[in-house]
Design a protein around this ligand. Structure first.
Ligand code: BMA
Length: 331
């Protein structure tokens, strides 16, 4: 089972006309907005970064989050200004890797964005927290601060429906994916750090998925928000191998009790093969962060080599069939 790359790939590339997104655009969350169009939030790096002469990664490397809108999910039109950018102590060094989920509040359409908020320079390996923001129209976004305090944490996603009346959140304290149940949406707009400190104190009890296969041996992290299907929640995730290749995996979670993993494919459904996935700012990366179902097809949006945005698709029924052939835990 493999995702099919869209022939128009890469579907979004750096924009030389705008300083803030001239360097790289990647790792994009996608949702259907109030008007039925595709809304993409993407991570953008400005023009003037360069390799760190004395260490790993880049210097002058600041991420902002841009917005692009599309009728067909393939051709996106960008807004001129970023919609989320570093302007608080918690994210002064960058707003990275947005995921977007629709989860309504009191019948009001509401979209929630989780992103990586950097309070220390990128590539420093510290100061990464899960930031949270929301929107009523998919065009303007309001920050609600840091969702999960104290620990190095990223790859947080919110389920697009309540489960047993609770808000379900996945996050990633290395190397596993953890699951948390919040009492309601108020806990998203007013993060309760006492709740999270208690959760973190018992983190081993909250592990949903651990690295298992060789291609994901180093660490795993949630991709897009899980997708609700008749068979359960489809969780697309990334897995990193010991030689730092980022691939895409998929698991299925029980509909009523998503702590139960019921299926998991042993092989990745996407791995770096194309030139734009193998070469960029960080080589050999496919990093899924967006997913939409349209006409029974699953659209998976991913960042490629930390440089561009790309799209791959699969008929949802074919993906579910493949999953159901691989029940988890495997014998
Ligand atoms: C991880 C992610 C992404 C990035 C990837 C590959 O740490 O958080 O920001 O795409 O590394 O560099």
């Amino acid at each position: 089972m493999q995702l099919q790359r869209h022939p128009a790939n890469p579907i979004l590339t750096p924009n030389p006309q705008q300083d803030w997104e001239a360097g790289a655009v990647f790792n994009c969350g996608v949702t259907i907005g109030p008007d039925g169009l595709f809304y993409m939030l993407y991570r953008a790096i400005g023009r003037d970064y360069r390799p760190n002469p004395v260490g790993y990664g880049y210097i002058n490397y600041i991420s902002r989050i841009g917005l692009a809108v599309s009728e067909d999910g393939v051709h996106f039109e960008r807004q001129p200004e970023p919609v989320l950018q570093p302007d608080t102590a918690a994210d002064r060094w960058g707003c990275e890797d947005p995921r977007i989920t629709r989860l309504d509040v009191d019948g009001q359409p509401t979209w929630w964005v989780t992103y990586t908020a950097l309070s220390a320079p990128a590539f420093s390996g510290q100061g990464d927290r899960v930031g949270i923001a929301s929107s009523r129209d998919c065009r303007t976004f309001h920050k609600h601060g840091v969702l999960i305090p104290d620990v190095q944490d990223k790859d947080a996603v919110i389920f697009p429906a309540l489960v047993q009346g609770q808000v379900v959140v996945l996050h990633r304290v290395e190397p596993d994916i953890q699951i948390a149940f919040l009492p309601g949406v108020d806990a998203l707009s007013h993060p309760d750090h006492t709740f999270w400190r208690d959760h973190l104190a018992h983190i081993e009890e909250h592990v949903l998925l651990r690295p298992h296969f060789p291609w994901e041996a180093k660490k795993i992290g949630a991709g897009p928000p899980p997708i609700l299907t008749e068979a359960g929640w489809v969780l697309i995730y990334h897995g990193v191998s010991t030689d730092k290749v980022y691939r895409t995996g998929v698991a299925l979670l029980d509909r009523d009790d998503p702590r139960r993993v019921i299926a998991r494919l042993p092989e990745p459904i996407l791995e770096p093969e194309m030139p734009y996935e193998r070469e960029g700012d960080i080589p050999n990366v496919v990093f899924p962060t967006g997913a939409v179902v349209r006409d029974d097809t699953l659209y998976v949006y991913y960042g490629a080599a930390d440089k561009v945005c790309a799209l791959a698709t699969v008929p949802l029924a074919a993906l579910l069939e493949a999953l159901l052939r691989h029940p988890w835990p495997a014998d």
